[in-house]
Design a protein around this ligand. Sequence first.
Ligand code: GLY
Ligand code: MN
Length: 466
Amino acid sequence: MFSSEIYLERRKELRKSMASGVILILGNDEAPINYAGNTYRFRQDSNFNYFFGLNLPALAGIIDLEEGTDCLYGDEQQLDDIIWSGELPSLASLASKAGIGSVYPSRELKNSLMMAIRKGRKVHFLPPYRSQNKIKLSYLLGLMPDELSNYASQALIKVVVALRSTKQACEIEELDAAAVTGYKMHCAAMQLCKPGVYEYNIAGFIEGIAAAAGGSTSFPIILSQQSQILHNHDHSEVLKEGALMITDAGAENASGYASDFTRTVPVGGKFSQKQADIYNIVLAANNQAIKMAKPGVRYCEVHRASARIIAEGLKNVGLMKGDVDEAVASGAHALFFPHGLGHMMGLDVHDMEDLGENYVGYDDETTRSNQFGTAYLRFGRRLQPSFVLTVEPGIYFIPALIHHWESEKINSSFINFAKLHEYFDFGGIRIEDDILITHNSCRLLGKRRIPVTISEVEAEMAKAEY
Ligand code: GLY
Ligand code: MN
């Protein structure tokens, strides 16, 4: 947790930009796995964490805009809680760490909200994403659970996005630390990537590195030789010499801040020429994006520049044809690069995705493309200093997608389908780094870049530190 001044300041900024009403921010509850007493690792709601900092279940915060008060709602521990889970400081002393002087039992929350509503005051709340909080909000506000998102406060969403988009120095320190843990996870994965080893052996090991750093992974690890599947959480296969293993994984600190990196490496430690040719195209797209990312540049333009490098590279190896700019304009590159270049990152690995991707990644100036592939770009608007993003271009050979485009003759003037049949068992390659936008360019998060060139990756894979 940061100092109380940080939370006081954040709530002050929130007040400045909100006209009137009551802001309700719910923390998360414990989530049962298979019975109530057996719960998943507790994960606080990121918005509650941002404004109130307390990493405990079943709390709610109220920011009253007219009265100028901030209150915490929660329940003191009972004797049984103390016996089974250990004694915690009182809620009043916890609240004071977040700069809050008023604490009330949670049973009083509904009444104070009802009083506000009866007076015609607006209750601003954020869109809930967990069923428990949907039920809670439904009870508190008298709305049906499936109506809640219609009533979520757009004004509040916009202010929260504006505040959380620009990372403070204390947050950047945490993000750098999460990146350092991500570095260790990826170096370990490279070194352990040997024929005969099971994917789950490596996934489990690197998950342990994240836990040993005091937190956890920032999302379920993607580690697989089915590297053409964008989000594949199956780790059941044994590694086979010559296959490509993709590892998309990052750490979440104890404080909740994330990292998110991807490397794709050859099982056995040596890239074939065919793999190296595709790898170097993805790396060039990644490097170009990092070179371009700076304040004032629109991220959709950075995405387009990476797509252009991918199309040009694929033309050079004979998989695409025709004019490169026309190919990119018509979306032909998306057969190979069917996702966006990256997303914001912070307290969430896809930062603030619960608030709505378009609020985070788009604005009046930059609206989301509806072209296949680019439509998945989570963040397209102009970059500003202290934004944190991922840069994650990829090239994938997805047989079902190739068959579809070939049979429907989609972008057939730009694709060499005959040659593509030689790549059906290739898999895919993604290379992902995390960047902080500085005042005039950007820098990588962490202490050093995870091995990324072919020679760096092969040298790392030859080590035996794990
Ligand atoms: N690293 C997973 C994702 O960005 O979707
Ligand atoms: Mn990512």
